[in-house]
Design a binder for this molecule. Structure first.
Ligand SMILES: [Zn+2]
Ligand SMILES: [Zn+2]
Length: 189
């Protein structure tokens, strides 16, 4: 059964982003949201080493969306340059999106946030079920550093494809399907 009521935690300064996120997810996925401003320190583990925050796997099972201005490092690994992600959906039902790397242009930031939210929230809804998903691994050609992004759609016009950096994200947004999803992913909505 679907959880219909979800909390959206956001960091001070992300009030507008929180409003947009609430609207988008309510419209696209038909969930009801409560907005809660919260100090992000309580949800993440501060890591000086990575100049950012590492996800602390919380014990409670409530689904929630978290918006943060901080970089997020899901694996606590060692490369500050490579190991950040735009967002992540944990199997503890935490859907997290960071605005840290969305750029300065207001319109572009909003478009990117919406795209990432739909992506991460769909991970939560789909729960790795789509049969056409494949494990996505990215190897930085310069450093040789490997990132394991988990299961994703390989159709690069689909919102469920993985984006490794801002350039990649913008390229995906530019050519995305009108209703974001490819036909195969659409079946799981
Ligand atoms: Zn993803
Ligand atoms: Zn797809």
């Amino acid at each position: 059964m679907r959880i219909k009521a979800i909390s959206l935690f956001y960091e001070k300064g992300l009030e507008k982003e929180a409003d947009i996120s609430k609207d988008i997810i309510e419209i696209v996925f038909d969930f009801k949201f409560t907005l809660i401003e919260k100090e992000i320190k309580k949800l993440f583990k501060n890591s000086k080493k990575l100049n950012g925050y590492i996800i602390q796997i919380p014990k409670d099972k409530n689904a929630c969306v978290i918006l943060t201005k901080k970089d997020i490092y899901p694996y606590g690994s060692s490369s500050k340059k490579d190991d950040w992600v735009f967002g992540i959906s944990t199997n503890q039902r935490k859907i997290i999106v960071s605005t840290a790397r969305l750029g300065k242009n207001k319109n572009k930031r909003t478009g990117r946030l919406i795209y990432l939210l739909i992506h991460e929230f769909s991970h939560f809804i789909f729960n790795d079920k789509p049969k056409h998903y494949k494990n996505f691994i990215y190897k930085n050609p310069e450093s040789g550093h490997k990132m394991y992004f988990g299961k994703h759609c390989m159709d690069d016009r689909c919102v469920m494809v993985e984006s490794i950096d801002l350039k990649d994200l913008d390229r995906h947004i530019e050519k995305k399907y009108e209703n974001f999803f490819c036909k195969k992913c659409m079946e799981y909505l």
